[in-house]
Design a protein around this ligand. Structure first.
Ligand code: GUN
Length: 283
């Protein structure tokens, strides 16, 4: 069994991003990312913090707009409009989920698709589905890079994606399909999850349920990608896979922490650099 080391690969990518920032700066451009955080969900605040810190470390300029959850939709839209027009900003990221009184679709659609480094605007969603160049959501993008690093080609493989969110499951399934895998997408209404996972050469799971994927649901030699992040009462971070037991059966597995999580941050930086380069080319 081999551990898919996301920490190691993300460090490598972040070192490379640093070099790219230096190159861009030589040409008079400092890439910039605006992060919008609404409300005081501790997990969201922690993610935004990590993203801002990663930008700083890479030499990317970043602004965090932190707003109370009482803010109106109009106020958020105004900030996005400002960021769309700000020439120092190449990427705009609105941390999800948003409070219930906010129309998430309207917010995501207000972001300039050319600055949509999260890849959540329907324009980029559509381009990625069509197999065209566009911003790829950071988490599934990170998974694909991790597979590539370990020379795992999804082509012709049976893949089971567990979870069908717009942020993870759907784009994950899309990228794997684009890579010529045969993809099952399972979700809360799936009748017999085990029947799907047992058929899979690769399982990608990200739903936030501790120990959802157990030993008897995995075939020998399968590749396990755990995108879940759950904090136990003890404070320990775990994924959605019963790691110890499943690890002994599979060929490759991502740990939590240190697997997909660090890759998400690295790919966000990568998308920000991509945006800065695109925008410079168009200027
Ligand atoms: N919430 C959970 N994951 C993400 C992510 O990748 N981007 C944003 N903006 N919000 C999230």
């Amino acid at each position: 069994m081999t551990i898919l080391d996301g920490k190691k690969l993300s460090d490598k990518i972040r070192e490379n991003v640093k070099k790219e920032v230096i190159e861009l700066q030589k040409n008079g451009t400092t890439p910039g990312l605006a992060v919008v955080l609404v409300g005081n969900d501790p997990a969201s605040a922690a993610y935004v913090n990590m993203k801002s810190k990663a930008c700083k470390e890479a030499g990317i300029y970043s602004i965090a707009h932190e707003m109370p959850d009482t803010i109106s939709q109009e106020n958020i839209l105004e900030i996005i409009k400002m960021m769309n027009q700000n020439q120092n900003i190449d990427g705009i990221l609105v941390q999800l989920p948003l409070p219930k009184h906010i129309d998430t679709t309207a917010i995501l659609e207000a972001i300039d698709p050319n600055k949509d480094v999260d890849g959540f605007h329907p324009y980029n969603v559509g381009r990625v589905v069509a197999g065209l160049d566009g911003f790829i959501p950071a988490t599934p993008y990170g998974v694909m890079e991790l597979l590539k690093e370990y020379e795992i080609d999804p082509k012709g493989k049976n893949v089971c994606v567990v979870g069908a969110s717009n942020i993870v499951g759907k784009p994950m399934a899309t990228l794997l399909l684009n890579a010529n895998a045969t993809v099952d997408i399972c979700h809360i209404y799936t009748k017999d999850l085990k029947a799907h996972t047992l058929n899979a050469d690769i399982i990608c799971v990200g739903v936030g349920v501790v120990n959802l994927i157990k030993e008897d649901m995995v075939k020998d030699g399968a590749i396990i990608i755990d995108i879940g992040i759950n904090r136990l009462e003890s404070g320990k971070l775990v994924g959605d896979v019963d790691f110890e037991k499943v690890a002994s059966k599979c060929s490759y597995i991502t740990p939590v922490p240190g697997g997909v999580g660090p890759m998400t941050i690295a790919m966000l930086l990568e998308n920000t650099i991509k945006s800065a380069k695109n925008r410079k080319q168009k200027a």
